[in-house]
Design a protein around this ligand. Structure first.
Ligand SMILES: Cc1cc2nc3c(=O)[nH]c(=O)nc-3n(C[C@H](O)[C@H](O)[C@H](O)COP(=O)(O)OP(=O)(O)OC[C@H]3O[C@@H](n4cnc5c(N)ncnc54)[C@H](O)[C@@H]3O)c2cc1C
Length: 402
């Protein structure tokens, strides 16, 4: 098998792609280029166990599979451009690297607030360095913490901060409830109650107008005129896809990189995308292309994309099934877990309690056209197991029409 496969991005998606290329029979050289200085590591503990000091930073590293032992890792190196027509990528050290196959695995970065005020004291949580810096801030005695954004990561960080003994933790969001966008009102209300009972304060229905302070942040000014004193601010206001290096190739880069149902990019069978950055149509649902920022997707998409790429490069292209994963995520906050299967956001207009009670452990079903499209459990271990019992049913549901 001749030629080289270049993988851009050395995180979970990049690692799983390299491993799956070997599993799919690719014996040629594989080079993974990543701009972080580390070998791939696991991100979910960055806002939970690692931030809480319950797991050492070193525990995050993935152990690459033996089959991928001969992969070349170019770490601390950024891909700055791609010329897909010429099959080359350009690195930040000036090297132009030719490829026969290319895997796009450059993931996301945190969106930042563009408000006036100092930068020092303001944090995001995406990388190991981010989590280390934030932990230093949270463990400073008497720290007052404002978390901007009541989504998954904001809620997790607020819970971890309270667990660390921080007395003043306030979550700010222009929406009226935490995580109401992905979960809907019923669960968002239950979530708000649980957080408040455990000591998190909320300032909901107001955005951030600016940050107070000279050299470093001392407060967060809200759009309703309130000023919240703060020594540590966490900005968890969503993420942006790392796709700038793909510009100039006539690709749809509006939100991640658009792929076909086989995860191929721009109609080019030698270019595939995996993980958070891939915006793919899921044939299991309505076929509308979406990015899915869940931990399960890098592995599942790498499996599929590697097969598609190796089939093409080996001239063994047969019938490839479309990529149709059942998305799943979990989120640990305080002493409870959210566990989801399917795509709840497609069924927000028809939310039904399947088991339990929102004041205790609860299992909620999301429906579209009277079909179950997602389940979310909120509570302890048994609630999460309850959600898992619906996996088989979700997998059997007929596809939705667009
Ligand atoms: C704090 C946090 C907590 C999370 N918790 C959960 C959870 O509880 N449950 C869950 O289901 N999911 C969770 N996730 C989501 C999950 O971790 C992601 O879905 C997963 O990390 C995506 O992996 P990826 O490889 O696609 O992208 P990324 O992890 O974003 O990796 C992309 C890599 O490419 C690098 N890169 C970017 N541009 C370039 C370039 N031009 N050249 C070279 N390299 C580049 C980046 O630096 C990065 O190393 C969490 C994520 C975060 C950040």
């Amino acid at each position: 098998m001749a030629g080289r496969i270049v993988v851009a991005g050395a995180s979970m998606g990049g690692l799983r792609a390299a491993e799956q290329l070997r599993a799919a029979g690719w014996t040629g050289p594989i080079t993974v280029v990543g701009d972080e200085p580390h070998m791939p590591y696991n991100r979910p503990p960055l806002s939970k166990e690692v931030l809480a000091g319950k797991a050492p930073f070193e525990s995050l590293a993935f152990t690459p599979k033996a089959a991928a032992a001969d992969v070349e890792w170019r770490l601390g190196t950024k891909v700055v451009a791609a010329r897909l027509a010429e099959r080359t990528v350009e690195l930040d050290d000036g090297e132009v690297m030719p490829y026969d196959g290319l895997v796009v695995a450059t993931g996301m970065r945190p969106r930042r607030l563009r408000c006036p005020g100092p930068l020092a004291g303001r944090h995001t949580v995406r990388t190991l360095a981010d989590a280390q810096g934030l932990r230093d801030g949270l463990t400073r005695p008497g720290a007052r913490v404002v978390v901007v954004g009541a989504g998954f990561i904001g809620c997790e960080v607020a819970a971890t901060a309270v667990g660390l003994g921080v007395h003043e933790v306030t979550v700010v969001d222009p929406l009226p409830l935490p995580m109401v966008g992905p979960l809907g009102e019923l669960l968002a209300r239950a979530l708000l109650k649980r957080h408040e009972e455990r000591g998190v304060r909320f300032a909901l229905g107001a955005g951030v107008a600016g940050f107070e302070g000279e050299d470093r942040v001392t407060g967060v000014a809200l759009s309703d005129g309130t000023v919240l004193p703060a020594d540590v601010v966490v900005e968890s206001v969503g993420s942006l896809a790392n796709v700038e290096w793909l510009r100039g190739n006539d690709l749809d880069l509006t939100d991640g990189v658009l792929t076909c149902e086989r995860l191929r990019v721009g109609g080019r069978p030698e270019v595939v995308a995996v993980g958070d950055v891939a915006r793919f149509p899921n044939a299991r649902y309505d076929g509308v292309p979406r990015r899915v920022e869940h931990w399960s997707i890098p592995t599942e998409s790498a499996k599929h994309a590697a097969k598609a790429l190796v089939a093409h490069l080996s001239d063994a292209e047969g019938e490839l099934a479309p990529f149709a994963p059942l998305p799943t995520f979990w989120s640990d906050q305080h002493d409870f877990r959210l566990q989801s299967f399917g795509v709840p956001v497609l069924g927000l207009d028809d939310v039904r309690v399947l088991d339990g009670d929102p004041d205790g452990d609860v299992l909620v079903g999301y429906h579209a056209d009277d079909r179950l499209v997602g389940v979310v459990a909120l509570g302890g271990h048994s609630a999460a197991m309850g959600a898992a019992r619906y996996r088989a049913q979700l997998l059997k549901q007929p596809a939705l029409t667009a």
